[in-house]
Design a binder for this molecule. Sequence first.
Ligand SMILES: Nc1ncnc2c1ncn2[C@@H]1O[C@H](COP(=O)(O)OP(=O)(O)OP(=O)(O)O)[C@@H](O)[C@H]1O
Ligand SMILES: [Mg+2]
Length: 249
Amino acid sequence: MEDGALSLLEVRGLSKRFGGLLAVEGLDLTVADGEMVGLIGPNGAGKTTVFNLLSGFLAPDAGEIRFRERRLGGLKPHDICRLGLARTFQIVRPFARLSVLDNVKVAALARHPAMADALAAARAVLERVALVDRASELASSLTLADRKRLELARALATEPTLLLLDEVMAGLNATEIEAMVRLIGAINAGGISVLLIEHNMRAVMSLSHRIIVLSFGEKIAEGTPRAVATDRRVIEAYLGDEYVHPAAH
Ligand SMILES: Nc1ncnc2c1ncn2[C@@H]1O[C@H](COP(=O)(O)OP(=O)(O)OP(=O)(O)O)[C@@H](O)[C@H]1O
Ligand SMILES: [Mg+2]
């Protein structure tokens, strides 16, 4: 994104320690209005911890998070969601004994307190993620691919400005990944900014405008997918020699 573009999310010096482990250290991160940013790095690099900090599930030890020019310090997850910052969970956690529709309706109630409105909004979201055929099934009966879509639907139903997606493609087959890439692309094209944690390199590289690479809690690179994919430090810390960016030939 060009300098001067409006920053939706501005994070400065974010740090989180678990006992002796520095899970996130001095992280600066921005997401501009309309942008899709990839957050990648090895297992245990601190990616999910960043999401937990941004969404208010964990309190930072240091640093500042500004979302739409508001400081999020001290706000609860529910308040942050209401401001327009929604996240999915790496381990999906729907209400297993509720139907797909009811799961999404519960999320939609955050914006539409009247039940009939929440129901209509939930149906519209299920259409959008192509889950409407499963609306009356129990969440527990869904395949992994559909549970990932439901997780996305629940986040979308809160009508976010910024969506944090934590490995929504993990465990999916190639066809399912392709469909998810299209869906996320369409969501972003519809005006929702996205911060995307993803281990599938083809997917994250093709979707992201910009990529941030974490390793042991620290940002080791940031730039276009092409620049990051050819960065020596990133190859050594994470990519290995297996991933070759299409534009790097
Ligand atoms: N609540 C917690 N208490 C203690 N340690 C934690 C906690 N959450 C995360 N950690 C540790 O912090 C480090 C970063 O974990 P995190 O889950 O953020 O990594 P990640 O980048 O999301 O990894 P992955 O790609 O495997 O999902 C890891 O060493 C992890 O074991
Ligand atoms: Mg994680």
